[in-house]
Design a protein around this ligand. Structure first.
Ligand code: HEC
Ligand SMILES: [Cu+2]
Length: 224
């Protein structure tokens, strides 16, 4: 959670699956999150600069021990910038989702899905001639997976500032290194960045085809 400094933050607490409990010790008591009910709480955000951690306080299942919560307090302009980034990323994801649904309705393969065998030879896409891969598919995975919320990548129109600027950070890395940074982000973390910010789930949440398209895409557009 990211909150603006020196404001009163109100929480509408709900659960989508089983009972959990919201608990950031420095920000007050435990509040149950119960499916089908809304619980209310509030806290006063202090001056910017600190991150408060806490943990789910209700045994909720196998992942309970890893159900960590963080509240990062930032200045009001930083909060506004973060909010704008989130909105852009959500809009982009929704657009990609709508395009995916449309493709599905039209019975076309989804991005990253194997193409049905064409009855007539398909024309070679222009990007295949230039870069050897279809950049559009990878760009769509990048946008759809929300990478742009945290990373800047000019080709994808992404301006996130939470993680490294990929146009600057990459360029010499082989595809294998790009892939491992996506599926195992904690393996190498360089200052000033910290571990456990980038989601560690892309190796399972993205299909193998999507991952390949994503890595090919990032490799091509950052290559120097
Ligand atoms: C919540 C923010 C966040 C999201 C979402 C995110 N990343 Fe990251 N990413 C980071 C941070 C922070 C780092 C630096 C620390 C680390 O390596 O874990 C990083 C590191 C990387 C690196 C290594 C860059 C270098 O310096 O060599 C790559 C490549 C990368 N991310 C790609 C992606 C891709 C592709 C996606 C989407 C599938 C993505 N990231 C989603 C925050 C994020
Ligand atoms: Cu729990």
């Amino acid at each position: 959670m990211v909150v603006p400094e020196k404001t009163t933050v109100t929480l509408d607490i709900v659960a989508q699956d089983v009972a959990h409990s919201w608990w950031i010790p420095k920000m007050g008591g435990k509040f149950d999150a119960v499916p089908g009910k809304t619980n209310y709480a509030w806290f006063k955000a202090p001056a910017a600069g600190k991150t408060f951690t806490g943990q789910c306080a209700e045994l909720c299942g196998a992942g309970h021990a890893t159900m960590i919560a963080r509240v990062r307090v930032v200045t009001v302009p930083e909060f506004q910038a973060w909010l704008d980034q989130q909105k852009t990323a959500i809009a982009a994801t929704q657009k990609a989702g709508a395009a995916g649904r449309q493709a599905q309705e039209a019975n076309k393969p989804l991005p990253g899905e194997p193409q049905a065998a064409p009855t007539t030879p398909a024309p070679t896409p222009p990007s295949a001639a230039a870069g050897g891969t279809d950049l559009a598919a990878g760009r769509q995975v990048f946008t759809g997976a929300g990478c742009g919320a945290c990373h800047t990548l000019a080709d994808a129109g992404a301006a996130g500032k939470v993680g490294p600027n990929l146009d600057q950070a990459l360029g010499k890395d082989p595809k294998s290194a790009i892939l491992s940074q996506i599926v195992d982000p904690n393996a190498s973390v360089e200052k000033p960045y910290v571990a456990n910010v980038m989601p560690k789930t892309y190796g399972t949440s993205l299909s193998k085809a999507d991952l390949t398209a994503l890595v090919d895409y990032i490799y091509q557009v950052t290559k120097k």
